[in-house]
Design a protein around this ligand. Sequence first.
Ligand SMILES: Cc1cc2nc3c(=O)[nH]c(=O)nc-3n(C[C@H](O)[C@H](O)[C@H](O)COP(=O)(O)OP(=O)(O)OC[C@H]3O[C@@H](n4cnc5c(N)ncnc54)[C@H](O)[C@@H]3O)c2cc1C
Length: 391
Amino acid sequence: MSVLIIGGGIGGLTTALALQRLGIPYQLFEAAPEIKPVGAGLWLPPNAMQIFQRLEIAEAIQQHAVLYRSLELRDFTGNLLKRLDVQRMIQKFGFGTYGIHRATLHQLLLQQLDDACVHTGKRLTALHIHPDEIHAEFADGSQARGEVLIAADGLRSTVRSLLFGETPLRYSGQTCWRGTIPYSSPDIPPDGTFEIWGPEAGLRAGLGYVDGGRVYFYLTLKQKPGKQLEAERLKPYLLKKYQLFPPFVQQLLEATEPEQLIHTDLYDFPPLNRWCSGRVALLGDAAHATTPNLGQGAAQAIESAYVLAHCLKQFPDHTAAFQTYEKMRRPKATLVNKLSWHYNQLVNFISPRNRGVVFNLIRLTPAFLDHLQLDRIYSVGYLSALENTVS
Ligand SMILES: Cc1cc2nc3c(=O)[nH]c(=O)nc-3n(C[C@H](O)[C@H](O)[C@H](O)COP(=O)(O)OP(=O)(O)OC[C@H]3O[C@@H](n4cnc5c(N)ncnc54)[C@H](O)[C@@H]3O)c2cc1C
């Protein structure tokens, strides 16, 4: 079995590592000229870490990342709305949630891969499917051949549109600015992360330390997609929006240059009917994009990568492998997509009139309900059937 992987994001890189660990030959093609140290911070929840442990890279990640000993939700006046039981999480799953810069994770994954199998500057433009193999064609005129192709080319996947036509994206109603800056503040716990909900729809701030003494933060607000602000207007605009938040949020913004902010309108798409067709399988955001409200998009890509690699090892017939992959992965990816979308709607629903009710609803939700939901997401127990047959 020879595998072509399209996309060198977290999904593609983890797929490459999982295949490599199983001795399955692969070639990875990334459109960007190099896998650059870009992006902002990222939370790696227990499900992602359990997969990384199986891929023998969890220790390296732990050495670079920050383990969050507290995970909290607060309102803009500083009241605690929810505190997750991190100790319970660690006892049950062996890992808590870690904060790491996306670029650090990319580098750690890349270091594990065989250089000769990773090709940059290769933007896939066309696919040619033959009875026994698949040919990928790239913008520079080159081609690659393999038995199967895994498309980890992101939310706006070229491969997905070549296979299934355009997938309409669903706008969350929210736009987001992210930054990761060297920073120090007594108001930000060295080993905790929290999200603060604001007084009106969509308004949130999340922050926590990641590796390198940097603070990762994100700011969301409700607005139409596609709105851009010139650099000189951006900070005054955000400072005004976040004026009712605790002062350390504004101080963090003051310390950030506009060019250090990454702006993203937040989209997903409702669960697809199919992830695979013929010799091609979609993976990560290309297959099951989700809004980032649960901090699970990359974690789901990581789970999919591990499962798909194991299915290809177990089933010499790629059709059986792809069917099993979809069957195993679809329920949780769909759950995450739906829960995250509902959470997003709740944040969009907040108004100065109803915010007291919403905040109380969150404060009074019993912990066991949170545990029920999180346990379903964080558990990777469903893997044992697959792992027992492969090993
Ligand atoms: C604001 C925000 C915060 C988030 N926070 C978290 C978090 O804390 N935890 C978490 O788990 N998830 C988080 N996510 C989600 C996470 O970022 C994504 O789910 C994850 O990056 C998806 O990985 P991927 O590899 O599938 O796709 P991508 O990261 O989009 O990678 C796709 C890759 O494919 C390449 N590519 C695209 N087209 C082609 C082509 N034609 N040919 C070749 N290569 C191509 C791209 O250059 C890119 O490198 C967040 C997302 C957002 C927007």
